[in-house]
Each structure stands twice: as C-alpha cells, then as structure tokens.
Design a protein around this ligand. Structure first.
Ligand code: AMP
Ligand code: MG
Length: 364
C-alpha cells in the first residue's frame, strides 16, 4: 500500500499499525475498573502464563506486561516497544510476600515503605534474587518492584500467578499511555491483548526509590510525592540530571511528541506573557503553534490550545495525552507553561522538561 504524501506522520503510523495487526491479532478486552470481570481477567492471565504480552491499566499509566520469570516472554516487551536492552523493567506483584522471592535483602526501611505506600505508585529498588532473569534488570544486580493499586492490575497478576514485568505501554521515546486508545495507537499488532479499563487516575509513572544505598535515593520523581516519603524516611537524596543516571531509563529521550517542545518556567504572570510572545514569534514565521496551558481564560492566539487543568493533580492526569494529541494536528512547535514543583508537580515538570529535550526558557 502506498502511503500518500498527504498523510501526516500520525496517520501514516496508524496505517502501519493496521498492517501489523494483520500479522499479530491484538485482542482488545474491555474490563471494568471497579469490579473486574473474572472470566476476562482469566483470559488475559492465560496469555501471560503462555509467555505472551498483555497491556494493562495501572493507577499510574498503562503497562506492557509479560511473565517476569520467563526471559523469552520479557524479551518480547523490548521488541514490541523498541526499548534499549540496557533499560530495566519494573516487576509488578499482587502480594507483598513476593518481594522476598524477588529480592535477596529487604532492609527495614524498605519494609516500612511497603507497609505505608503499597499498593500504590512507589517502585522500590532492592538487591535482586537469582530467580529474576537478567533481561528484566538489564544485567544489574538490583530489581525494581512495585505493587500497584489498580484492581484490574492486581487481579491480572493474581490470576497469572507470577510477577509481571512491565514498563509503560508506549513505543520507546513516546509519551506514556494513560488510556487504552493511546495504547492502541502504539501497540496494535505488536501485543496479544490490550485491556481497556478507561483512564488512569494518576497519569504519571511511579516514583522510583533506591533502597540499596544510604541515604535512600529517589531515582525518578513520580506519582508518590517526595513530601509524603519524607514523612517516613529522613534524609532522602535525589539523583541529579547526569549522562549516566543510576536509573538507566532516565538517560533516554522520552515522552516526546513529533513537534518541538519549549517549556516556559517561572512566575505565572511572566510565564503567560512570555508564552504569548513566543506564540506570536513562531506564527509570524508561518509555524503551526500549539500551547499547553493551566489557565482556562488564557488568551493565546495559537493554532491549538490544550487546557490541562489548574491543579498539579489534574495536570498530571492530562499531560501525556495532551502531548500525544498534538501529533494528530501537525503542530510544528508546542509552548508549554511550567507548573509549580510541589507534590506531583515535580514529576510533571520532570516529564515536561524531558519531552522538551531540556529546551527551557526561565522567566523568574
Ligand atoms: P518505565 O516505567 O517504562 O518508565 O520504566 C521503568 C523505570 O524504572 C525506568 O526508568 C528504569 O530505568 C527504572 N528501573 C527499573 N529497574 C531498575 C533498577 N534495577 N535500578 C534502577 N532503575 C530501575
Ligand atoms: Mg516508560
């Protein structure tokens, strides 16, 4: 099939996915979020047990899961996502006891966090046990473990009777999916099952904390704000931006839409003034401009304006979809208003800055 030059990148990719889907048929299972249908969960769990791939919802983002103890199955995750082999995966469990199978040592402080924050958006790094295949941890001697709170995720893991290794269910480098439609965009024809349980409540990935070092180190800000962790753990370090981060995934280009992104940071009034100026500048150069704003009455004269809410929590829920949806509209440049780095705002800003490739303008 010839891909017409009139199709934009988004639509060309859609055609490619339809073609892929004729090779591997992806089953889409609609499963209720609050009261998951057991027969459907069983059907998906059976695929995991047979070494297949299932995209499933969690409270943070959608994950792309395989049996964490089956190296061949996990290899398929890397293939489906185009994920670099040196970027390890998170093992998802439904029973805290499984930590003691996957980890060699579980320090007291880690147990405290498990008690306080699991199930929930916290991933804990521990020394790995022998049963975890090297491919899951990308050869590291540590393993990332999380117990999600989403009922469908928990039911799937329980029914599969094995921990499920899962990164986010997007193609490598793209924004993480927060509903099934976004998973379908990237994964149709690449995986066996996509579970559709609607939108994710949190919208950004889990917080990753390394409990193998003292003081404990936050490797990735995420759904669980640092302020909450600090109530239980004194003296937490934060890894700074570096070429060789301890969390390998942090070094890659990530969350990026097709358009260039500029983040404008600083006091609210100044941010909006600067963003308006940038919109004018780019429009005068005949660029199609998109804006991500937290003000309903924004007054931007851009081609597309996406309002993502005015609280940190709401922005977290909407930011990935907003970034992704600009691909449908052939926008050349996206101007994004920065938000305050309090609570989950820290994770949002971490993702936005990465989506922008650290293309940041500060107006303090
Ligand atoms: P994702 O949820 O797709 O963003 O991927 C999981 C994240 O957890 C990536 O940023 C990984 O680098 C990180 N991660 C997984 N296992 C480890 C580990 N053993 N040590 C440090 N970071 C890890
Ligand atoms: Mg990811």
């Amino acid at each position: 099939m010839a891909l017409s030059s009139e199709l934009n990148t988004y639509h060309k990719e859609r055609v490619i996915r339809q073609i892929l889907n004729s090779f591997i048929m992806t089953i889409i299972l609609k499963i209720r979020k609050d009261n998951p249908e057991k027969v459907l969960v069983k059907q998906a769990a059976e695929i995991i047990r047979k070494g297949g791939l299932v995209a499933f919802p969690t409270e943070t983002v959608y994950g792309l899961g395989a049996d964490a103890l089956n190296a061949k199955a996990v290899e398929k995750i890397f293939e489906a996502k185009g994920r670099p082999a040196d970027n390890p995966l998170i093992a998802h469990i439904a029973d805290k006891k499984d930590v003691y199978r996957l980890a060699k040592e579980v320090p007291k402080d880690a147990e405290l966090l498990m008690k306080e924050f699991w199930p929930g958006p916290l991933t804990i790094i521990l020394k790995k046990s022998k049963i975890v295949p090297d491919i899951v941890t990308a050869g590291l001697d540590t393993v990332a473990i999380r117990m999600p709170s989403h009922k469908v995720a928990l039911a799937l893991i329980k029914e599969a009777k094995t921990p499920i290794a899962a990164p986010s269910a997007n193609l490598s480098g793209k924004p993480s999916p927060t509903d099934a439609e976004q998973v379908i965009e990237d994964m149709l024809g690449r995986v066996d099952v996509i579970i559709d349980s609607g939108s994710c409540d949190i919208g950004v990935e889990s917080t990753v904390i390394d409990m193998t070092v003292k003081p404990a180190l936050i490797l990735r800000p995420g759904g669980l704000p640092k302020e909450k962790l600090e109530k239980f753990l004194k003296n937490i370090g934060k890894e700074e931006h570096s070429e060789k981060p301890k969390s390998p995934g942090m070094k890659y280009k990530h969350y990026a839409p097709n358009a260039e992104v500029i983040v404008v940071e600083g006091s609210r009034e100044k941010v909006m003034k600067k963003a308006r100026k940038l919109v004018e500048e780019y429009k005068s150069k005949s660029k199609k401009v998109g804006v991500i704003t937290t003000a309903k009455e924004h007054g931007y004269d851009a081609d597309v304006v996406k309002y993502v809410g005015n609280t940190e929590k709401e922005v977290a829920r909407k930011i990935f979809k907003a970034l992704r949806d600009f691909n449908k509209e052939d926008i050349h440049i996206i101007i994004a208003e920065g938000i305050e780095e309090k609570g989950i705002g820290e994770a949002v800003m971490n993702r936005l800055r990465k989506a922008a490739g650290y293309n940041i303008i500060e107006v303090r």
